[in-house]
Structure formats: structure tokens, C-alpha cells
Design a protein. Structure first.
Lengths: 379, 313
């Protein structure tokens, strides 16, 4: 009897298990808040709307259509996953990369420019996206390392500078009559990512390409680099205490810049594997940075700041974001999903407190149990 | 030229208000990255108040009610940061970012719900308030004076006095520099930090209202406030967390922001033949450059961003 109790406790005390519980709690409370907002707006269709958000592609009754839209959700998830890996990588080194959004934007600008204007094949385009985004990330890193500029503020400024620059650059390759860039499939087929037959798995969804497995491979790679290599150890040490790292002979300035470059590169890769599928064209009159980078923050924290966790968290965030497009638009708008994911980020702020509270609660319970056992022994 | 001065003053007013908000919050020890979201919510409160106010009210009453609405909504929204950062010891950057995402999303959902309820086909996220806005404007010759310019100036003076000449302000600063020491002489650190955050909510909300009434008579909430909350943070850092310096910094940034609105009026600038996008980028580029020069010897409150733990000495 007492043995089973002990086993149960050890699970509750396991930090991985606590993270999962906390994330699930965040999701449940976030959805609940979303549901309440829907109820307030229009009580009639709230239940149906929240179900539509949760169902996403299952909205389609035929399995063929559902598979196809699952494919589309996965393509978007792969981009989101890269952004959240970017946020996560920087956060592990003590930097808050809110610039993932801007790095994603310049990545998109670079790969579309190389593809549409210079007519390059896909691997060059992808590489250009990674490199340009890495440079933009590196700027924030260098400003932090050498001039002590808060990376959050420099990242935001670079987000806006990047957005305006990309709009200006891609105006050169836009369609005559619309504000969208030319389609890859008609302008430069060689820039489309190879499909490797993956499209056939998803009812011939032409947008499912090598990008999806690539993103998952990157998540594993980030995990290996951060937790299994000397390089990753150095980076994390720099994040925990810059001065101690320097004292140990690590080049802390180089580490900060390198971290932001890698973070930028990851976000740029996300833009590459999204825009080089031809799934979406860039709109050159955008007045706000695409939400992908900001949702990446949500996914990173919801995934418990673990690369493998972010795979699932990214999928969930993208699932409800895509699901938001299926709500009844005569009553609600699609941004309800943004509201839910924003609230989930807010709730992630409470995770640390939740874990402290849980551990304290368990300590108290153990003490009581121990006291009881002692009493029982004396009697 | 007159137009340039007018726009400079109005954008500087926005930046002064929001930067002072950030200043109060950081002096109490809480980093408020969420000013952008607070601005959006304050703007929303003010815009809805202007939309629903009956026509024909006296101008001072309109001004009072609209300001009250945006200040209250801003304070309410900033409480989300306060509760998380002060009582639950949350990561302040994370929570602030959440507010920045939450603000625009909530505003869009709400405005769209209101618009769709009025007519099913209306899916825009805009609120228009052309009539009520006139209460804020006084034409002096060709200069369009906005009452907010005066309010911003007064609040700047008040902030200076409060921060440096009153017991409350000095105690607030103590909580941001060394909360343990402040606590040891009987100051309630939690209360002071709540005060700081709430003041930043009030000023941020008011700043948002000023921003959306500068030059336009309807606002699309999808656009948020275009990074102004962050520009204000740059202004605050440039001003080294001191009200007077913040005022001067805001004028400089306001000038560059105003240029993008009115550069076509200057023959010299038109002759440069730069695309308009360059002028849009200008405030952000300038702020990056400015940050490079001032961040090195930063005078930030020492304990900002660190949750206060009574047990720690």
C-alpha cells in the first residue's frame, strides 16, 4: 500500500512530469478563457465555435480532405517550430529573442528575392534565408555584447526595420496588378522545395515537402547541441552567469553573438521552408510583422522550453490557429485563436510559481505522513 | 513647417506619456515590456467611449470622460502584469510580451464583435470617432493645437515633482534600487510595486489614446500601435530614467516620427528622392543608434526585473 503511494509521489516530483502537467493546465485554462470570451460575444454559437477551433481539419467529413488540410497545418507547424526553436535556443542562453518575428521576415525576403529575382535553385534560396536572418540576429547579439543594448528592444526595432526593408525589396518582384509577390510555381519551379513523395501521403497536398521532416530533425539537433555537446554547455553556462563564464575562460561576447546568429538562422530557415513551398505569397503592403515569430514564443514556453516538447506545442498552437479560420464568421472572428495563444503565453509566466507551490505542497504532505508513521510506531 | 512642429509635438506627447509610464514602473522595480499592449487597450477604451458618447456634450466633459475610460482600461490591463510579476514572481519579460500579444488580439476580437453585431457584413476592425475627436482640438491660426500636448507637459512636470520631491516618489525609487533595504524601514514593497505598475498602466493607456487621435479619425486595431510602446522604452532609456531627459528625448524621437508624415512638404527632402519607406524606418533606426551610445553607461534601477522575495536578504 505504502509502496504505491511512494511511486505516485516520485512521478509528481519528476520535473518533466510537472512541466507536462503545467503545460496542460495552461492549455485548459487558455481554452476556457477563450470559451468565456466567445460566450460573452455571442452565447448562441460559443460551444460550436470552440469545437471548430479544436477540430481544425477534422471539420471536413471526408478523410481525403481532412488529410489534405492536416498536411497544410503541418507545413505551417514546421515554420512555427523553427521560430519557437529560435526563441528557445536564445532563452537557454539567457536571451529573450522576441526578434524571431523579424528574422523570419528577412528570411522570407531573402529567399523570395533569390528565387524570384535571381532565379536561384531551392538550396541556394534556403541558404540565403538562413544566412541573412543569422546576420540580423547577430546584430542584436553584437549590440548586446559590445554596447549592452537590451536585446528585446533592439530586436523590436529590427523587426520593424526588417519589415519595411523586405516590403521595399519584394516590391521589385510583385505581380503587376496585386500587392502579392509572383507565384513560385509559374516563375521559378526550381526554387520549390523537393517533395520526396511526401505530398502523396497527404492526399496530394503539393505544399508538403522536405521542410516538415527537416524542421523535426532540427528540433532534435538543437536538443543534442544544447544538452550533449561542449559548445552547448558553454552557451548555457554563459546564459546562467556571464561573468563566471568569462572567468572560466569562455569567450562570453562571442557566445552571445553566436547564440543570436544561430537563433536568427533557425527563424530564417523557418521562413525558407514555409515560403519556398509556394503555399503563400508575400504581401508587400504588410503593416505588421507576421504572427509566426510571436507564436513561436508561445510554443517555446508551452513546450516547457524543451526542443522535443516544442514539437508538440508548436503543433497545438498551429492547430488552434488554423482552427480559428473555421469559426462561424457571422458571429466571431478568426483572431479568437490569437487571443487564446496570447493568454497561454501569459499563463506560462505562472509555471515557475506552480512548480514551487506543488513541491511545497508535496513536502508538507510528506512531513505529515512521516509524523503519522512515527506516531504509529510509538503506539 | 508648422505641420512638422504640430506632428512633432503630438508624437512627442505620446512618447512622453508612455515613457513616463515605463519610468514609474521601472523605478518601482518592475520591467514593463508590455507598454505596447497597454497602449492598445487604453486606445480601445478611449475609442469606444468616443464612439458611444452622445453628441452635443460639452467639450471639457467629453475630454474628461474619454481620458477616464482609457486610463481605467489601461490600469486594469496593467494589473495582469502586476499580479503575475509581483505576487507570482513571473518572468517579467515573458509576461510583458504576453500583454503585447494579448492587447491587440483582445482589441480586434472585441471591435470585430461590435462591428459584426451592428451589421453582419462589417468585418473590419476599425472604430471611427470623427465627431467626438473634435473636442480635443483647438485651431490657433493654422496650428492645430491638441489639448493632449498640454496634458503631456503638465504630467511631465507632475512626474518630476512626484518622483523627486515627494515621500511617495522617493520610496518608489527605493523599491527599485534595493527593495530589501526599503522593506527594512517599513515600506511595503509589494504595494509600491503595484503603484508603479498601475501608474504605468494609466499613462500607457492615455498615451495609446493620444496616439490614435493624432491625425486620423478612425483606427484599425489590427495595426496595434506600430511599435510605439517600444519606441517609448527607447526614449526612456535614452532619457536615463529621468523625467526631464525623457521629455527632451521624446521631442527628438517625435521629430523623426513626424518627418515620415510630412516630409513631402520639404523641397530639400523630396529632392533626395528617398522612398517613403525609408522615412517610416527612420525612428527605429535612430533609436537603435541612440541605444548604442547610451546603453553602455546605463543608469537603470538596480533591482528592476528581479521579483521581490521577502525571505531573501
Amino acid at each position: 500500500m505504502s509502496r504505491t503511494v511512494k511511486e505516485k509521489e516520485s512521478i509528481l516530483r519528476n520535473s518533466g512530469f510537472q512541466t507536462i502537467i503545467a503545460s496542460l493546465l495552461c492549455i485548459v485554462i487558455g481554452l476556457l478563457v477563450g470559451y468565456i470570451v466567445l460566450l460573452v460575444i455571442n452565447p448562441g454559437g460559443a460551444g460550436k465555435a470552440i469545437m471548430a477551433i479544436l477540430k481544425n481539419f477534422l471539420y471536413y467529413p471526408s478523410p481525403i480532405a481532412a488529410m489534405k488540410y492536416l498536411g497544410t497545418t503541418l507545413v505551417k507547424t514546421s515554420a512555427l517550430l523553427m521560430c519557437s526553436l529560435s526563441v528557445l535556443f536564445a532563452y537557454k542562453v539567457g536571451l529573450f529573442n522576441i526578434g524571431a518575428a523579424g528574422q523570419y521576415v528577412v528570411g522570407a525576403g531573402a529567399c523570395l528575392y533569390f528565387a524570384l529575382r535571381l532565379g536561384m535553385p531551392w538550396y541556394i534560396c534556403l541558404l540565403s534565408a538562413v544566412l541573412v536572418a543569422a546576420v540580423v540576429g547577430g546584430i542584436s547579439g553584437a549590440l548586446k555584447a559590445y554596447f549592452n543594448v537590451n536585446e528585446v528592444i533592439s530586436c523590436i526595432m529590427l523587426n520593424w526595420i526588417g519589415l519595411y526593408s523586405v516590403n521595399m525589396l519584394l516590391t521589385q518582384v510583385k505581380e503587376q496588378s496585386t500587392p502579392y509577390t509572383k507565384a513560385l510555381s509559374s516563375t521559378n519551379k526550381s526554387a520549390l522545395l523537393p517533395k520526396l513523395g511526401l505530398d502523396r501521403l497527404f492526399s496530394n497536398n503539393e505544399f508538403v515537402t522536405v521542410g516538415v521532416p527537416l524542421a523535426i530533425a532540427m528540433a532534435v539537433l538543437v536538443w543534442v547541441v544544447l544538452s550533449k555537446t561542449k559548445f552547448g554547455y558553454e552557451l548555457r553556462a554563459t546564459g546562467m552567469n556571464k561573468h563566471a563564464a568569462k572567468y572560466c575562460g569562455m569567450r562570453e561576447k562571442r557566445n552571445i553573438i553566436l547564440t543570436m546568429m544561430i537563433a536568427g538562422g533557425l527563424a530564417g530557415l523557418g521562413a525558407g521552408i514555409f515560403y519556398l513551398t509556394g503555399i503563400e505569397q508575400w504581401m508587400v503592403q504588410l503593416t505588421a510583422v507576421p504572427a509566426m515569430g510571436f507564436n513561436g514564443i508561445a510554443a517555446a514556453f508551452l513546450g516547457g522550453l524543451h526542443p522535443v516538447g516544442t514539437i508538440f506545442a508548436s503543433y497545438f498552437i498551429q492547430h488552434i490557429t488554423s482552427g480559428g479560420t473555421y469559426v462561424d464568421k457571422t458571429m466571431y472572428c478568426t483572431q479568437i485563436s490569437d487571443l487564446i495563444s496570447a493568454f497561454i503565453i501569459y499563463l506560462c509566466g505562472f509555471v515557475l510559481f506552480f512548480r514551487i507551490w506543488l513541491n511545497r505542497f508535496l513536502d508538507k504532505r510528506d512531513e505529515k505522513q512521516a509524523a503519522k508513521d512515527r506516531k504509529g510506531g510509538e503506539a | 513647417m508648422l505641420l512638422l512642429i504640430q506632428y512633432t509635438f503630438i508624437f512627442a506627447s505620446v512618447l512622453v506619456l508612455v515613457a513616463l509610464g515605463g519610468c514609474f514602473s521601472e523605478h518601482s522595480g518592475v520591467i514593463n515590456i508590455g507598454l505596447e499592449g497597454i497602449m492598445v487597450m487604453g486606445a480601445l477604451g478611449g475609442a469606444l467611449m468616443m464612439k458611444y458618447l452622445p453628441l452635443g456634450l460639452a467639450a471639457p466633459l467629453v475630454i474628461f470622460l474619454v481620458i477616464l475610460a482609457s486610463v481605467l482600461v489601461g490600469m486594469l490591463f496593467s494589473l495582469l502584469l502586476g499580479v503575475a510579476a509581483i505576487h507570482f514572481k513571473a518572468d517579467q519579460t515573458l509576461v510583458g510580451t504576453a500583454l503585447n500579444l494579448l492587447g491587440p488580439a483582445a482589441a480586434v476580437v472585441l471591435v470585430r464583435a461590435i462591428n459584426t453585431a451592428e451589421s453582419v457584413d462589417n468585418v473590419s476592425s476599425a472604430v471611427s470617432y470623427g465627431q467626438a475627436k473634435k473636442a480635443f482640438l483647438v485651431n490657433i491660426g493654422r496650428f492645430e493645437f491638441n489639448w493632449f500636448m498640454l496634458i503631456a507637459l503638465l504630467l511631465l512636470i507632475v512626474s518630476y515633482v512626484v518622483l523627486y520631491k515627494t515621500r511617495f516618489g522617493l520610496r518608489l525609487c527605493a523599491c527599485g534600487e534595493h527593495p530589501q533595504a526599503a522593506d527594512s524601514v517599513g515600506i511595503n514593497v509589494y504595494k509600491m510595486r503595484y503603484a508603479g505598475v498601475l501608474i504605468s498602466g494609466a499613462l500607457g493607456g492615455l498615451g495609446g489614446l493620444v496616439y490614435i487621435t493624432a491625425g486620423v479619425s478612425e483606427w484599425k486595431f489590427e495595426n496595434g500601435v506600430a511599435g510605439f510602446g517600444f519606441l517609448a522604452l527607447a526614449v526612456m532609456i535614452f532619457g536615463q530614467w529621468k523625467p526631464v531627459n525623457i521629455g527632451l528625448a521624446a521631442l527628438l524621437f517625435g521629430l523623426f516620427r513626424a518627418l515620415s508624415n510630412v516630409y513631402t512638404g520639404f523641397d530639400l527632402l523630396v529632392a533626395l528622392k528617398l522612398p517613403s519607406t525609408v522615412y517610416n524606418m527612420l525612428p527605429y533606426i535612430i533609436s537603435l543608434i541612440v541605444l548604442v551610445f547610451v546603453s553602455g553607461k546605463s543608469r537603470a534601477p538596480k533591482a528592476e526585473g528581479i521579483p521581490y522575495d521577502k525571505g531573501q536578504r
